[in-house]
Ligand binder design. Sequence first.
Ligand code: SF4
Length: 324
Amino acid sequence: MLLEVKNLSVYYYTLAGVVRGAENVSFSIKEGEWTTFVGESGSGKSTVAHAVINLVPSPGRIVSGEVIFNGKNLLAMKPEELRKIRGKEISMVFQDPMTSLDPLRKVGDQIIEAMRVHGVEEDEARERAKELLEKVNLPEDRLDYYPHQLSGGQRQRISIAIAMAFNPKLLIADEPTTALDVIVQDSIMDLIDDMKAAGTSIYFVTHDISLAAERSDKIAVMYAGKLVEFGTVDQIMDNPLHPYTRALVESVPDLWSEKAVRAIPGYPPDLRNPPAGCRFHPRCPVFREKGYLKGRCDRVEPGMIEYEKGHFVACHLYGGAPDE
Ligand code: SF4
């Protein structure tokens, strides 16, 4: 197993209270596998992605858990050990490339420096920077451009070029296409696919389950800081178990169907004070319809169970509650 996350919890200590951004999240990613995390904004999918490489922004803090990468717990490593892994064995691409690119330096210098940090000689780094630009379909002269002289899609290509520099074992891509139009989005997805073909495992984050279904091997569904379902793309898209996943799948527009797209009613909870029991219960149509779930869904938190091989769900419908 390349990555194993066990009982990871991240809290944000804000002036308004403690926000439970992610709680007891556990999952694993195999070598060469593309796993996509989906969920609404504030579901904790980006929080977990940042926690995996111990880069949770302040006022966030990892309060418990383990992140085992290639047999070593990243959360127990010294900062200098972790720096050697970041950018070389694990790369990251963010939604806004300007958060990782320095606006005052030419992009070529930034690609070269990303390699120099890991001991590559200047001349070799310069040559590799040209090759990387070719790989991401940008002309060589872009090395002399500043980030503001490039379009959003070109800046994202530069971020991916930097991420590709060492052919990492894992790429964490946090909503890398959200701000881009559909054509550019597709070309960025193709580049990430190229990385996968070269052997990199992909940890992808998006709010768009249809995008997840197109390229991933596995899908992880998050709601209100909790992982609620995990399985292969076929398991999740053809047989979604959790009522929230079902709602997400039903919210995907189908060009060939006249069926109306169903939005998910209600709002995600305030994570300073999440609902007792299942965090989805105030919005869950099944809970509202099935009287026998009262006193259970709204009081007892559902644990994750393996419903079928490799298909996990946290919902009382599949463990402990009477059959429908
Ligand atoms: Fe709905 Fe209950 Fe399942 Fe939560 S545990 S999703 S409230 S049925």
